[in-house]
Design a protein around this ligand. Structure first.
Ligand SMILES: [Zn+2]
Ligand SMILES: [Zn+2]
Length: 104
């Protein structure tokens, strides 16, 4: 804390200068009045990665792949013969993409 050498009042720092109410001014010695404002340069990095294996190609079912043993597959219904018969489900393994048909 600094005091005015002229009147003894407390000096108040203002704009890099110690200023007294009596008019006395004193430059702040080593202090640089240039205050640098550091802005936070936060870069919003949107790393939206689309992983192919997480994309559902169709309705997911729990079905054991006869090829690799993976238990997640997608299926699609296909009308094989006539419209009177129930459509056959064809599975596609989510892991190895192996395709097989449902056995009745
Ligand atoms: Zn003073
Ligand atoms: Zn598989």
């Amino acid at each position: 804390m600094e005091f005015c050498p002229k009147c003894g009042a407390m000096l108040l720092p203002k704009d890099g200068v110690l200023e007294c109410s009596c008019g006395y001014k004193e430059n702040l010695s080593a202090d640089n009045s240039d205050y640098t404002i550091e802005k936070d340069n936060i870069k919003a990095e949107e790393n939206v990665k689309i992983l192919g294996e997480d994309i559902d190609l169709g309705p997911g079912v729990t079905e054991i792949c006869p090829k690799c043993g993976h238990d997640k597959a997608t299926y699609e219904l296909k009308q094989t013969r006539s419209a009177d018969e129930a459509p056959t489900r064809f599975f596609t393994c989510k892991k190895c993409k192996h395709k097989w048909r449902e056995y009745d």
